[in-house]
Design a protein around this ligand. Structure first.
Ligand code: NAD
Ligand code: UD1
Length: 330
């Protein structure tokens, strides 16, 4: 039996494929390489010394997707494929809604048609919007201000309705907090196109001298030091969270936060990066970034209790591994 991983050539997908292969699963990857490179498939093989089946397909194409389901004995699907740049989603809403919604519909439809009953979906903490921290899975979701976030909330709703209509179906909705870091080998990691939007890849590029200095977006939030607080989670912990979710998946819908439960401010992350990698990061305080919230961190009690999973790697390890990958990534 194999697991189909859509978007398996991307940042979180590659790390999860490594964890799955190391745990003995067979892996099939479907990715159109819209935001990744074919080399990442070779890196997965290099790290694990195992083979994977790779299909360069767009998973919004039901004909291509069904061919994969027809050719393999698939036990379950982890659906990472999607577009994720918040700013771009505001400029190209239709592209984001089309890609993220249609891919999810096509995958769910193929699962039902071929009797594949386990589906894990990549959701995001962004669905909580500006709620009171820590965020719990039971909270009422707040509408997000961008099409990317809205597409995630809509996909969650679609899958809940699919389960209501197909009671044998098992769906796990995983809400990721802020994934950072890289595999300890430094062979795979996050390599965004162009100038990064997110804090950690921006930091590593400043550290490398590719960018002059980090801009800290606001120091007047009501947080520990005035800067934004987030729940950074090592991408390998996140990968292992998928394994736990897959092992414990059961009929119906389960929703879990994948975070550490710890809030870390921008200044605290800069300090940790400096300490972990023995360097100084130049930065300046600038205006708040539009759309940002002050604090976002998870309540992880449900995921710990029900999946027996907990994030193990600390912020220093996140910073060390992110930097190691940046050094390898010319
Ligand atoms: P990524 O862009 O690195 O990986 C996504 C992969 O999906 C890419 O390899 C891309 O080529 C592929 N893809 C996109 N559309 C496709 C399509 N129609 N058909 C086939 N392949 C397609 O992103 P990531 O950071 O690994 O994120 C994975 C998932 O997790 C996404 O759904 C994202 O929205 C979600 N997520 C990410 C974060 C984060 O901070 N990285 C946070 C919360 C949720
Ligand atoms: C962003 C997305 C969110 C997505 C998440 C995960 C926005 C508005 N939100 O969240 O929808 O789910 O990524 O990928 O883009 N910061 C700086 N300087 C920088 C970059 C960031 O000070 O150059 C600060 C931000 O203000 C924030 C923190 O660092 O307080 C983290 O930012 P970022 O890494 O972009 O993640 P989020 O804003 O949490």
């Amino acid at each position: 039996m194999s697991i189909l991983v859509t978007g398996g050539a991307g940042y979180i997908g590659t790390h999860t494929c490594v964890s799955l292969l190391n745990a003995g699963y067979s892996v099939i990857i479907a990715d159109n390489l819209a935001n990744s490179k074919i080399e990442s498939i070779n890196k997965i093989k290099e790290i694990t010394n195992k083979e994977v089946s790779f299909y360069q397909v767009d998973v919004t194409n039901s004909v291509d997707v069904e061919k994969i389901f027809f050719s393999h004995n698939i036990e379950g699907v982890i659906h990472f494929a999607g577009l994720k740049a918040v700013g771009e989603s505001v400029e190209k809403p239709l592209q984001y809604y089309y890609n993220n919604l249609v891919s999810t519909i096509v995958i769910a439809e193929a699962c039902i048609k071929f009797g594949v009953e386990k589906l894990i979906f990549s959701s995001s903490a962004t669905v909580y919007g500006d709620n009171v921290v820590p965020f719990t899975e039971e909270m009422e979701l707040k509408p997000t201000t961008n099409p990317y976030g809205t597409s995630k909330a809509m996909c969650e709703k679609i899958l809940i309705d699919v389960v209501n209509a197909n009671p044998n179906f098992s769906v796990s909705l995983l809400r990721y907090f802020n994934p950072v870091g890289a595999h300890e080998s430094g062979l795979i990691g996050e390599a965004p196109n162009g100038i990064p939007n997110n804090l950690m890849p921006y930091l590593t590029q400043v550290a490398k001298g590719k960018l002059e200095k980090l801009r800290v977006f606001g120091n007047d939030y009501s947080t520990i030091d005035g800067t934004g607080v987030r729940d950074y989670i090592h991408v390998m912990d996140l990968a292992e969270g998928h394994l736990a979710a897959f092992k414990h998946i059961k009929k119906g819908v389960q929703i879990y936060n994948l975070g550490t439960g710890n809030g870390v401010s921008v200044l605290q992350l800069i300090k940790a990066f400096e300490e972990a990698n023995n360097m100084i990061i130049p930065y300046s305080i600038v205006e708040r970034r539009a759309g940002d919230i002050a604090e976002c961190y998870a309540d992880v009690s449900k995921v710990e209790k029900e999946l027996g999973w907990t994030a193990k790697r600390d912020v220093l390890e996140m910073c060390r591994d992110a930097w190691k990958f940046e050094l390898n990534n010319i």
